[in-house]
Design a protein around this ligand. Sequence first.
Ligand SMILES: [Zn+2]
Length: 273
Amino acid sequence: MHSSSAARSVRPRGRPVRHPILAEVVADKLRQQIISGETVDALPRQEDLILEFGVSAASIREALRILQAEGLIAVKRGSVGGAAVRPPSLDKVAYLLAMHLEAAAVPVEAVVHAVRQLDPVCAAECARREDRRVTVIPKLRRIVEDSRKVIDQPVEYAALARRFHQELVLGCGNKPMSAIVGVLEILWTAHMNTLTRRPEGHGLLESREARIASLDEHVAMIQSIAAGDPHAAGLVAREHLNEIGRTNLLGQHLFVSAGFVRDAAVDPYSPEP
Ligand SMILES: [Zn+2]
């Protein structure tokens, strides 16, 4: 027999059915509104949320704490308005991944190795795109033009070189792939940005010759992509990234640091908040 009384009789005693607490219900609702884009800029004020959901101020505060911990809102102290909305971004994914990798004492070199394997795949995908001359090429060309202007400024050049690779990853045209490789790029960029600002230097793109070679290879990558040659694009990208392996940076036995990612990451893969 399958009646509710029979079901009740087999439930272990002393274990009540767990109902999600009100704060979680409120947080679920607000989270859905943020993710769907229904709520942009800011949440309603706390007083209005209390009225809207018909729950206590404590439940609303707890719901806001849940969303804050997820990085979906920022509550400003002393602000009279509602909490600012932060759409889900890959920065947060990169930060979580960095914590995971830091806990396992993973060297930065391993991140670079992963990027080196996956970036060429993205370059090849860019070359396969029918619409590459409209969607990918103009952006890459603009970055190369800007890079040429700062060829004598190592820090500025390095930043633009990272942007070139980020644009390549975005250009692959497949969202899950862009997201996965993008997270690794954010991780690598965050470490690069932090290390390039150190006064002792790091050896990567420090010499003018290295920057000129890097720029020439970026141009060669654009040419293979424009020509619609995935094999050549992947090959040029792979050889280009092998250069990173020959720098001092990776001879320093640096480990992934979540703090670097938290402080330096800028997510170019998600829409602006
Ligand atoms: Zn490059």
